[in-house]
Design a protein around this ligand. Structure first.
Ligand code: ADP
Ligand code: MG
Length: 426
């Protein structure tokens, strides 16, 4: 398999530890990851040119190889500092292009990205008229990075998630979730298409590439699980059967009986993902409801052995969770009163619970109601736990989706305040 996400100076076996059975030359550096483009934190964000090439950096092309196409790069990578030091959730926003349907309906863009980080939202935005836009009652939000509609899948992956892949290889936990209304681009960002693979696929390619660089003898073992939360029922997407029960043990929440597949290559993972997606719940009468109400969680576990200075061997496991959330429309209210009034209604309980948890975490409450839903139980570690967490908020640029976009940006803005204990715990 043919992967060229450029990586250099990565952190295998830092801190005086040795990966057991390491037969290739150890690599230098601990917290620097080199990815194939300049990342935006502290460096300039590089806009892609129309051919999909990233100027001054490199390009991610689909490689023409569909799902199995290589992530190719065009130059030596650049070194990027790990940004999770403040152990805060990193929040990114991605605007998708206006759809044909939206254009036909005469909708205009109500979103503008400025300086790669700021999102201006106005109901009457004219993309080319910045001054006019400022005069109008536009709202302004700042995120760790904001991706305009021209951003490639690779840009989104490398800026938001590649660092977590690196951390997982050092035994840390990471999670990435896509949040937004139905049709805003969550599944496109997470899963992508055959020509344009998304974060799940690029992360796995990158992971196997890095695993091969670190352990020539296969001392890193990769397992995966793929599960779904639908109407408060947890299902194993790789081995469909009876609903799974959630249990809490010392290591955290786990779904009892969930299959863990040992994976050896990206191709194999692709087959498993496709198989899992076919097993996602379908509601025959309301096809659109399917994707909008089910949460899909891909868990990738990387296990390896390390030897410390006194030659004691210990097992380490890093877990990466990649989450495609259900559509946030109708489910999330921006104020507590509406939130409460919605509680009895037939809406997505898990997303309501997610908003309550975010509120509790942001307000520093002692009690965070993780137990209110299956999703929040499963995400406990990602929200305020020992995990590096990334939220990608997906929005449509269309003024017809103004309300939903405003809602999504509100929650994304709020999520920025959540702290995790990722580095304290490790
Ligand atoms: P969601 O999962 O949030 O409901 P989807 O990911 O299914 O939304 O996206 C809705 C539609 O928009 C799909 O047809 C998808 O291919 C398209 N789309 C979403 N994001 C992008 C993007 N960044 N570039 C091109 N097409 C996109
Ligand atoms: Mg979807």
């Amino acid at each position: 398999e043919n992967i060229a996400v450029a990586v250099g100076g990565g952190g295998g076996g830092g801190n005086g530890e040795k990966i057991v059975g390491f037969t290739c030359p150890p690599r230098r550096g601990v917290v620097s990851t080199t990815v194939a483009r300049k990342l935006s934190m502290g460096t300039s964000h590089v806009a892609p040119d129309p051919k999909g090439k990233v100027s001054g950096g490199c390009a991610a092309t689909g490689g023409g190889g569909g799902v199995d196409g290589a992530v190719t790069t065009e130059s030596e990578g650049v070194t990027v500092k790990v940004r999770h030091v403040g152990s805060r959730i990193l929040v990114f926003v991605r605007v998708r292009p206006l759809s044909k349907k939206e254009k036909e309906a005469g909708s205009r863009s109500c979103v503008r990205i400025v300086n790669q980080k700021e999102v201006y939202l106005t109901e009457f935005a004219n993309e080319n008229d910045y001054l006019r836009l400022k005069r109008l009652r536009g709202r302004h939000f700042t995120f760790d990075a904001s991706f305009p509609d021209s951003s490639s899948q690779f840009e989104v992956y490398s800026t938001s998630t590649s660092e977590l892949v690196e951390a997982v290889l050092q035994g840390r936990n990471g999670s990435v979730f896509c949040y937004g209304a139905t049709g805003a681009g969550k599944t496109f960002t997470m899963l992508g298409t055959a020509e344009n693979p998304g974060v799940m696929v690029l992360a796995i390619k990158d992971l196997f590439y890095k695993v091969r660089q670190r352990s020539c003898d296969g001392s890193h073992v990769v397992h995966l699980s793929y599960l779904e939360v639908y109407n408060e029922t947890v299902r194993d997407l790789l081995s469909p059967g009876r609903p799974l029960v959630l249990r809490e043990d010392k290591q955290g929440i786990m779904a009892a009986g969930l299959t863990q597949y040992r994976a050896y290559s990206t191709d194999e993972v692709m087959v498993l993902l496709q198989q899992g997606n076919r097993n996602r719940t379908t509601e025959p009468t309301r096809v659109n409801e399917t994707s909008s109400r089910s949460h899909a969680i891909l868990q990738v576990m990387v296990e390896y052995r390390v030897k410390d200075e006194s030659n004691n061997v210990t097992n380490r496991v890093g877990k990466l969770s990649l989450i495609d959330l259900a559509g946030s429309e109708r489910a999330l209210a921006t104020d507590q009163r509406t939130l409460r009034s919605l509680e009895g209604a037939n809406i997505n309980k898990s997303l309501l619970a997610l908003s309550s948890c975010i509120n509790a975490l942001v307000e520093g409450k002692k009690h965070v109601p993780y137990r209110n839903s299956k999703l929040t139980q499963l995400l406990k570690d990602s929200l305020g736990g020992s995990c590096n967490t990334v939220m990608i908020a997906n929005i449509s640029p269309s003024n017809l989706s103004f309300g939903e976009t405003q809602n999504t940006l509100h929650w994304a803005d709020r999520a920025k305040e959540i702290r995790t204990k990722a580095y304290e715990a490790n």
